[in-house]
Design a protein around this ligand. Structure first.
Ligand code: DBH
Length: 548
């Protein structure tokens, strides 16, 4: 077992096995079995490229052998930053087949974040694309490697720089089938860690979420069942495949595991997406608030035949009843709200729920053994219908972050319930999210840690104090607004702040989208910054700007 992983207590291990949630086989074994049974079944379509289960299994096996030869082994952490596509799945499977642990970074992450993932996971390797939209990931990788002694190898999908390895080059060399058989023959412990996800982040730096084969296979299979996925499912993977939602909730792994196939669009606009829905007869899309808004306002939508669609999901941030209803009407398919977290718990509306739940609720847990409670400020249980903090224990919810005992003491209750950080009302098993306890900004599903961004802003020499808060936005729901106090005689423009933050090599989605300079912060009698007042101020100023 990986050191630093927090296991479930024995009693729960027994329960989850006995009830059949933990089936006892590894994540790659799920796809090995599919490849053996249906080698010629189409798995992923990416532009003009198509790959069957057999082809993907073969390539990932060959790559696994090459990686093992180059020293990668069980429990090695590998920061994984690939864009959506066939190669994503081949590389992901290759790593998990040798028991190495992909740490799922996202394409927008930049040097500062990648360095943190490498350092905190003690990664020995990095998987990156070559260049996307003028950004050269290979140069970033070299800069990270120069400062991170653990990072021995960089693997590039595409052309590699000197000292790096191209995945295509590796795959051009055939491998000895015996060598692969030997490698695949080494049984993986299904109770061991298969991958690490990044937390939505309330702390200055994202925490690592270690998920096991047993729990993650259950996560994607069970959520796929709740989404009605089957062998006829054609799943459109439009959001990042490295994110828990599109990875395994149910995501592309859930669609493939139940026998369906996956389509990867080159872009997320209405024309592209619905052109592909028509062409590939897509049945399911995992969307998020900004995409729904974009699509519903796109006249292109009416030009395409979308009759193949059976379900459109929304995850990341709650979708309003109005938009749920419009989506259902425009696309003539069912709507499904997915309220989940990379730490585990997934809630989904059921496809046959009554309309009031489909249109207004946050769904119910996907497993009967998800123990959910709503707690007051003193950790006492609240009755149904009263808003409090949602906490959860269950067969696919972690018992602790990787290697983070101090954080775990706060993020979990003494009896092992994970604190979701959301303010929620419960009605039986159905949940309705109301707000949030933790300090973060939910930018259309993308979680931004205010703490993290404040630390970056504070580095500016003109800045004395800062508070980053959520401001309401029609498309994203929330965006970040930075309130700043300045050192005497200093000035700071919005453009200067943005340029300064970009110089710190962080993901663009974290940048504040408004700057307000204050003489001093509104504070409580105890001297605490009144963030609620700042949020109201931000909303008032946005509204005032709109009028002029
Ligand atoms: O926001 C999330 O992190 C999220 C949303 C929907 C998630 O992790 C998931 C489904 O699995």
């Amino acid at each position: 077992m990986l050191h630093g992983f927090v296991p479930w207590p024995d009693e729960f291990v027994r329960r989850y096995r006995n009830k059949g949630y933990w089936e006892g086989y590894s994540l790659p074994a799920v796809f090995g079995k599919l490849a053996a049974t249906y080698p010629d079944r189409l798995a992923i379509t990416e532009g003009s490229r198509r790959a069957t289960h057999g082809e993907i299994w073969e390539s990932s096996g060959a790559l696994a052998v090459h990686l093992a030869r180059r020293g990668l082994k069980k429990h090695d952490r590998v920061v994984f930053q690939l864009p959506n596509g066939i190669d994503f799945f081949i590389c992901f499977l290759a790593l998990t087949r040798i028991g190495a642990i992909p740490v799922m970074a996202l394409p927008p992450h930049r040097e500062t974040e990648i360095r943190h993932f490498v350092t905190s996971s003690e990664a020995v390797a990095l998987f990156i694309p070559a260049v996307i939209k003028d950004f050269d990931y290979r140069l970033m990788a070299n800069a990270v490697r120069a400062e991170a002694p653990s990072l021995a190898q960089v693997f590039v999908v595409g052309e590699a720089l000197a000292g790096q390895r191209s995945v295509e080059d590796l795959l051009a060399h055939p491998v000895d089938p015996d060598e692969l058989a030997k490698l695949d023959g080494r049984a993986l412990d299904p109770g061991d860690v298969v991958l690490m996800l990044l937390s939505g982040g309330t702390t200055a730096l994202p925490k690592l979420i270690a998920r096991t084969h047993n729990d993650y296979v259950y996560n994607f299979k069970q959520s796929a069942r709740v989404a009605g996925f089957n062998a006829d499912t054609v799943f459109l993977a439009v959001l990042p495949m490295a994110h828990n939602y599109t990875l395994g909730s149910p995501g592309f792994l859930g669609a493939l595991a139940l026998g369906g196939r996956v389509v990867v669009p080159p872009k997320a606009d209405g024309e592209t997406v619905f052109g592909l829905v028509q062409k590939e007869r897509v049945t399911a899309i995992a969307a998020a608030v900004p995409l729904v808004v974009l699509w519903l306002n796109d006249p292109a939508l009416s030009r395409f035949d979308t009759s193949s669609l059976t379900v459109v999901q929304n995850g990341g941030a709650r979708l309003s009843p109005e938009l749920r209803s419009r989506l259902r009407q425009r696309l003539a398919c069912q709507f499904q709200e997915v309220y989940g977290t990379a730490e585990g718990l997934l809630n989904m509306t059921r496809l046959d729920d009554p309309d009031d739940l489909i249109l207004a609720s946050s769904g119910a847990p996907i497993c009967d053994d998800d123990e959910i409670r709503i707690l007051d400020a003193n950790d006492r249980d609240l009755p149904d219908g009263e808003a409090g903090e949602l906490v959860v224990r269950g067969p696919y919810t972690i018992r602790g972050y990787y290697n983070a005992p101090e954080i775990n003491a706060k993020a979990f209750t003494a009896d092992g319930f994970y604190r979701m950080g959301d303010v929620v009302k419960k009605f039986g098993r159905t949940l309705v999210t109301e707000g949030r306890k933790k300090d973060l900004i939910n930018r259309g599903g993308e979680k931004i840690s205010t703490d993290e961004v404040e630390n970056f802003v504070l580095k500016h020499p003109a800045v004395k104090g800062v508070a980053v808060v959520a401001m309401a936005d029609e498309v994203f729901g929330e965006k970040a607004c930075a309130f700043v106090t300045l050192k005497s005689g200093q000035s700071l423009s919005f453009e200067e702040l943005k340029a300064f933050l970009l110089e710190q090599k962080i993901a663009k989605f974290k940048l504040p989208e408004r700057l307000e300079i204050l003489d001093e912060f509104p504070v409580s009698p105890a001297g605490k910054i009144l963030r609620r007042d700042l949020r109201d101020m931000a909303d008032a100023r946005v509204a005032a700007d709109k009028k002029t």
